[in-house]
Design a protein around this ligand. Structure first.
Ligand SMILES: [Zn+2]
Length: 297
């Protein structure tokens, strides 16, 4: 196993940075998946408690060491815009991320979130995060209630364009209570054309949302697809076809991501990539680290 691997999509496993509505929504989804199992309520609560308690990133680093992962990108979504009962402000969440990575500067990278409706205050916080906190990209989560071509986003794209920062965009489903119909991918096409130095990474775009996303890297030099969520589809024959298509058409635009700690093991995800006997060694290296290294600069 290579120890150069880069996981482009993970999160802090710290319950303090998530609003209650988000935790409840995640708990509901697991609850449903357990399908009326006895003690489901207890199981879900215990799972959340034991998963989201990595307050100093020691668990994450251990998981990376066990998986041959050299660097992990922690993507921070801004789930809190307009939420009244949040203990942490966005500034607190930025500080929490800064503190978390301080000890592991050579291993952990942050893409910071900012809901465009925060306006000037949000733009300044984001730019300050780049300059002062050493954050290296933007994370956008449209299900919070915006479109990728909303004009309130343009100042954030300008900042990313100026510093040549990557932008990781969530694609596909989210919690039932969140926005679910989008102008995507047209909204993305509108801005990818305009902001050529912004590199857009489509989270879950490589397998889960492949049908909507697969053409985009062919049409735009600055659009990339990320694999997280593939773990659920690995035994599916379609997955092999999708990966072959991407490797043959744009092997330098597929990125490895796990979505850790959202009930995804980094080690298993790496093993799954190694178990794909239908990709070449060269393609595997590109997916696991070469493409990400290039993109992160
Ligand atoms: Zn995620």
């Amino acid at each position: 196993m290579s120890n150069k691997i880069i996981d482009i999509h993970a999160h802090l496993a710290n319950i303090k940075i998530y609003p209650d509505y988000w935790i409840n929504g995640v708990m509901n989804n697991i609850y449903k998946a357990l399908n009326g199992k006895e003690d489901a309520d207890k199981i879900v609560k215990a799972l959340i408690k034991t998963t989201l308690n990595d307050f100093d990133c020691k668990k994450l680093i251990k998981s990376m060491d066990n998986s041959g992962i050299d660097k992990t990108v922690i993507v921070m979504a801004d789930f809190g815009y307009g939420v009244k009962d949040m203990e942490f402000s966005l500034r607190d969440i930025y500080d929490e991320h800064r503190k978390s990575i301080a000890e592991y500067k050579d291993r952990l990278i942050v893409f910071a979130g900012c809901d465009p409706r925060r306006g000037k205050e949000g733009y300044e916080l984001f730019e300050n995060g780049i300059n002062e906190y050493d954050f290296k990209g933007l994370k956008l989560y449209p299900p919070c209630g915006f479109e990728l071509d909303d004009k309130e986003l343009f100042p954030l794209y300008e900042i990313c364009n100026k510093y040549e920062l990557p932008i990781l965009v969530h694609t596909g489903k989210s919690l039932e209570s969140m926005k679910s119909n989008f102008k995507f991918p047209q909204s993305l096409k509108n801005v990818a054309k305009q902001y050529k130095d912004c590199k857009f990474i489509l989270g879950h775009g490589a397998i889960q949302e492949y049908d909507v996303c697969y053409e985009l890297p062919l049409m735009f030099d600055n659009i990339f697809l990320e694999l997280s969520g593939f773990q659920n589809y690995i035994s599916d024959k379609e997955t092999e076809k999708k990966i072959r298509f991407m490797c043959e058409n744009y092997s330098d635009k597929i990125l490895f991501g796990t979505d850790w700690p959202m009930f995804a093991s980094q080690k298993k995800a790496v093993e799954m990539i190694y178990s794909m006997n239908y990709i070449t060694e060269d393609e595997r290296e590109k997916i696991l680290y070469k493409n990400a290294r290039h993109l992160l600069g």
